[in-house]
Design a protein around this ligand. Structure first.
Ligand code: TRP
Length: 331
């Protein structure tokens, strides 16, 4: 039997080059080897302010982007988190196997809440990792591909699962992280110490999957580098290192090969070459996206996420029932 892989992305905007090179591209590469479940984490996205209309559109757009990047809806279970109400229900149960102290140590919560006014930080933002644990444990996922920023959440998922199991019996599988060889951590083009994020307040910090070629090139030209003017793969040149990573990911060239290719060339040439390579790759995704984003395809899309939710429920419903029974509820 194939192992189960599960992951999700929040529909908090158009996906970025970081989502593509760090996640989606690898999801596509493994779609024949695992039983994969990928969802749109809409429940998670409202832990920070969302405009309802924009959120609604972004959820649909995220489904289309999953498909445009090459995820095959026949091979993968693609669904919208809120369509499977078991996620929220299991989240509630798991709140009672989680301690305040351990949640207070979550660095993402500390970072995100520090950026907001103290009296408007939502309980949902604090509770976010427990819902994430529910997402994962509901499907007995073996492997969870997550970036560095989500490692701590995966760790707490394992803690919650073990604690629940020791109180109620062997109900949950303990998931592992999945690190793919090709995976890359793409950083902000404006601050290479931060991850590239679709919710960055500066649009020059990220490349959106749907950016036009001229916009992409412009953003790369503005990318923060340093004053060395040497294309060298070194942690002392984090901006350049990030650009090399991006270029390596797209072309398959090693960092050393990239250094050679741009020996003697200035940052100007380097940045434009990287920008063009990215634009060419994204052009294929954009063409597919445009095709999906037409009124004739609306029913097809609905069918994709409806079937996905149906398939997800086949596992989620009996799992939640098992949990309810274990806890002592009348089912
Ligand atoms: N928290 C993840 C992120 O922001 C998204 C997510 C929600 C997720 N539930 C998940 C990822 C379950 C993996 C598994 O990137």
């Amino acid at each position: 039997m194939k192992q189960t892989i599960l992951s999700g992305i929040q529909p908090s905007g158009i996906l970025t080059l970081g989502n593509y090179l760090g996640a989606l591209r690898n999801w596509v590469a493994i779609q024949n080897d695992y039983d994969c479940k990928y969802f749109i984490a809409d429940l998670h996205s409202i832990t920070v302010t969302q405009d309802p209309k924009t959120l609604h559109e972004n959820i649909k757009k995220t489904v289309m982007q999953y498909l445009a990047c090459g995820l095959d809806p026949d091979k993968n279970t693609i669904f919208i988190q809120s369509h499977v109400h078991e996620h929220a229900e299991l989240g509630w149960i798991l709140n009672n196997s989680t301690y305040m102290g351990e949640m207070e140590r979550m660095t993402q919560f500390k970072d995100k809440s520090a950026k907001q006014k103290k009296d408007s930080v939502r309980v949902g933002l604090f509770d976010y990792p427990v819902l994430m644990a529910a997402d994962i444990l509901l499907y007995d996922a073996d492997l969870v591909p997550v970036g560095e920023d989500q490692r701590q959440h995966l760790e707490i998922t394992r803690t919650i699962a073990r604690r629940f199991n020791s109180q109620y019996g062997d109900i949950f599988k303990i998931p592992e992280g999945y690190i793919s060889e090709a995976g890359a951590r793409i950083m902000s083009l404006q601050d290479p110490s931060k991850k590239m994020s679709k919710s960055d307040s500066n649009p020059n910090a990220y490349i959106s999957l749907l950016d036009a070629k001229d916009v992409i090139i412009k953003k790369f030209k503005k990318a923060v580098t340093d004053s060395e003017n040497v294309v060298r793969y070194s942690s002392e040149q984090p901006g350049v290192q990030n650009l090399i990573n991006i270029y390596s990911c797209i072309t398959g060239k090693t960092a050393t090969e990239v250094e050679k290719e741009f020996e003697g060339a200035g940052y100007g040439t380097f940045k434009v070459t990287v920008g063009e390579a990215v634009a060419d790759t994204l052009a294929m995704i954009q063409a597919k996206y445009e095709e999906l984003n037409s009124p004739e395809n609306e029913d097809f899309l609905k069918d994709v996420y409806a079937k996905g939710a149906e398939r997800a429920r086949l596992l989620a419903t009996p799992k939640l029932r098992q949990v309810y029974e274990a806890v002592g509820f009348i089912v």
